[in-house]
Structures are given as C-alpha cells and as structure tokens.
Design a protein around this ligand. Structure first.
Ligand code: IMP
Length: 427
C-alpha cells in the first residue's frame, strides 16, 4: 500500500503523529518537498522528537527513509539532526538516503531570506511573508532560475567549483546592490560546502530509481508531506505561502515516483485552524479565545517558536484541500483542545462584496477581505483524552465531527484526543 499524507490546512495539523502511526505499516518513508522550515513533533517511546528535515519514520527501527529531489537541504541542519538522532541511539547509517537531485540551501540563501523579510517588514507595506528565515524561498527561486547547486554536484569537484563561482558572483551582486550587504566571500561559501561534501556523499543516491524498485518489489511507501495545502505555492493563499508544492502533486514531482503507484491519499486537519506567519485567516478567533486555545493546544511553532494564530475550523479551505489532493480519508487532530467550550463554530462559507462563496473563492477575489459565514454547534464539557472508541465520545463531539465530515465530503477515519499514540480513536 502506497500512501501520501497531506496537510489540509496551513501546516501544523499534527501530521507527525499520523506519520508515526502509518510508518509502522510502511517499509519506506519519503519527504518530498520543503526543507527545515517544517517541524514534525513526534512522541516516541515516551520521548518527544522534533524533526525538521529527516522523515519521522527514521524513529522506527529498520525503516528506510528518503529525502527526495523536491526537498531543499541545508547540510548544516541535516547533520545537526543526524547528530541528535545518533545521540539518542537511533542509527541512520544505510537506511537514510538523500536524492542527488535535491538542491542545497547555502549560506547566501539564508542571508537573502532574512534580508528580504527585514526589508519588507521595515517598509511595512504588507509584503513580508513571515517566513521561517531558513533560506527556503531563495533556494527554490534559484532552482527555478537554474542557478541551484544540487547534492550530486559535489561529486565532481572541478565542475562544482566552477558552478559555485558563477552563482556566487551573481548572489553577491544581489546582496550588495539591492540589500547593501557586504556579500559573502567565495572562500567561506566554498569552505561550507567542503565541510559537508564527503559526509553528504555517504547519504546521496539515485533515489527515484530506488523508489521505482521499491514499488516494483511491492514495498509499502509512505510519502510524508510537510506544511499544508493552503501554503502550496500554486494552490494556497499566494503570496502568503511557502515556495514548494505542499499538495499532492509535490509528492510525485518531488520524489520521481509515478502517480499510478499511489493507492491512497490521506488528509490531516486539526479540529480547529491555525496559521503561523503573515497572511489572511478568515476564521481567526477573537483575541481572548485565541490566547486560551494557543495555551491549551500548545500552539507555538516547532521550528521558530512563534505563537500560531488560531481560529475556528474552516470547512471552505478543508474542502478546497480535499478537491486539490483527491483526499480519500481524513485524520482529525487535537479534538480534545476544544473540550469545555460552550459552543463551537465552523466556517461554512465566505461572504465578499455581497456574494457568498461556499467553495474556495477564485484567485481574482481578494481573500483577505472574505468574511466567514459560521454555523454554530453545541460544545461538550467532558474531558475526552481517555476516550478510545467512537461511541464513547460525547454526543456533541460526534455531531461536530459528523458535520465536519459532511462539509469536507470525505470520511474521517481517525480522531486524535491527545499527543500520545494511544490517544487515538479509529473510526
Ligand atoms: P518559508 O517556508 O520559510 O518560506 O515561509 C513561508 C510561509 O510558510 C510562512 O508563513 C511560514 O510561517 C509558513 N511555513 C513554512 N513552514 C511551515 C510549517 O511547517 N508549518 C506552518 N507554517 C509554515
């Protein structure tokens, strides 16, 4: 069984826990887009791990993990994570592969990401994205501009040096002329690359061929998405998005696997909505409720520590994700966080300039001006963190889930009521 797991909101849906459950049933786990902007929190053997780059499947003994060609890889972040895993007794040798075609995040990408965000924040013209400042956008921009450096390029030293010289020259011009930055010396960037060259070669591999063979042999492959569909560069709330395809197409292009080998596409939503960084968020809570849910749900970014904005469940964006990704089933996370609220709301449509949109509005509409149309349901008081069966959930919680299911037009197969693996209701 080959599955793709997709975040169906603005990221941070709680994918880490679902990946952990599905990784048990898989042989190979693949990351296919994004970079160390992601943060997957997994509780494993009573320890909490936060993984940014390496697939969370690595925590499971004997599973093979692949960082696909669609990922942008910061070698420094990668080896920090390898070190952290090894320090906890997790062996990665021989079962963690990086695509030779994955692009490298180099020091100038990080500098450019920071400088651009600072400049846009200073100008206060609403154009800052609130990025994670990990160099993700500038690295993908170089990939598309055919100015990128790939993991495999390090193999041929003279080719690599010549290429880096060309690219570095252009990057320094941008740094100096646009941002008034002194630029980075060639020596420092080259030294950075050389520090990781040999170590990276131990992990790099022709991963599309590896995955083709794995699929042919009937191995079970799990494609673990990072971020969420509304952060997808094509299908999200552009320009307030990340720079990769966080929706289903990213899994195909970003791993080199054929769509015909995929059996199921699974979506993950939180029982409410969160968003970190800038950008419109129609169903955002009023301040007091936001603080309450932020604290109860521990809604602070796993990568940057920033508080996540919180809001009611938005069925318009969830249904958009269902359609874009062809989701077969949904996992609903953090239902326990809503316990104790006298009522719960769901955004079922948006209103804009006298028109009602039940589906995600066309991109010509100004999404930031959309007003949510809410449906209000009764809340539940009971603590549900010990519930393990559907029929033991409070009746109002079941009604809430059933309404979500109808609005998403997709069955809910799993409900999470706490961070532990056992705190799960299979439906
Ligand atoms: P970037 O990916 O660092 O370029 O940031 C672009 C936008 O995506 C910002 O709003 C980030 O906060 C958001 N973002 C990136 N990665 C994640 C994630 O893993 N979870 C939630 N938001 C993210």
């Amino acid at each position: 069984m080959n599955r793709i797991l997709i975040g169906a909101q603005w990221g941070d849906e709680g994918k880490g826990k679902v990946i952990d459950l599905l990784a048990r049933k898989s042989d190979v786990i693949v990351r296919y887009q994004g970079g160390n902007n992601a943060g997957h929190t997994v509780r494993f053997d009573n320890k909490t791990y936060i993984l940014h780059l390496i697939p969370s499947g690595i925590l499971h003994k004997g599973k093979v993990c692949v960082i696909g060609n669609g990922v942008v890889l910061d070698p420094e972040a990668f080896f920090e994570e390898v070190k952290m895993l090894r320090s906890k007794g997790i062996n990665v040798t021989g079962r963690l592969f990086i695509s030779e075609q994955a692009h490298l995040i180099l020091p100038y990408h990080r500098v450019l990401d920071c400088l651009r965000e600072e400049r846009m924040t200073r100008k206060n013209d609403g154009q800052a994205i609130g990025t994670t400042k990990r160099g993700i956008g500038p690295c993908y921009a170089d990939k598309m501009a055919r100015l990128g450096i790939r993991v495999g390029d390090l193999a041929n030293l003279s080719f690599f040096k010549e290429r880096l010289m060309q690219v570095h020259k252009e990057k320094n011009e941008v740094l100096r002329k646009i941002y008034g930055h002194p630029g980075l010396s060639f020596k420092s960037v080259y030294r950075f690359c050389m520090k990781y060259r040999t170590k990276l070669s131990e992990f790099s591999r022709d991963t599309p061929s590896y995955l083709f063979e794995a699929a042919r042999k009937g191995k079970s492959i799990l494609f673990e998405g990072a971020q969420g569909t509304l952060l997808d560069v094509d299908h999200g709330t552009y320009p307030y998005v990340t720079s990769s395809n966080a929706s289903v197409g990213g899994a195909i292009a970003g791993s080199g696997i054929s769509p015909t080998v995929i059996d199921r596409v699974i979506g993950v939503v939180k029982a409410y909505t969160t968003r970190v960084g800038e950008g419109p968020f129609p169903s955002q809570f009023p301040e007091k409720l936001m603080r309450q849910i932020q604290t109860k749900g521990e809604e602070f970014g796993a990568t940057t520590g920033r508080p996540r904005r919180c809001g009611w469940f938005d069925a318009v964006i969830a249904r958009h994700s269902v359609r874009i990704n062809g989701l077969d089933e949904m996992a609903v996370m953090k239902l326990d966080v809503l316990s104790g609220l006298p009522e719960v709301k769901i955004a079922v449509a948006y209103r804009l300039d006298g028109k009602t949109y039940r589906d995600f509005p066309p991109s010509s509409c100004n999404f930031s001006r959309c007003e949510p149309v809410y449906e209000t349901l009764k809340g539940w008081k009971e603590d549900i963190s010990e519930v393990r069966r559907w029929k033991d959930l409070p009746v109002n919680a079941r009604k809430y889930l059933k309404r979500m299911e109808t609005l998403m037009e997709t069955p809910i197969h799993m409900v999470s009521v706490g961070s532990k693996r056992s705190q799960t209701v299979m439906v």
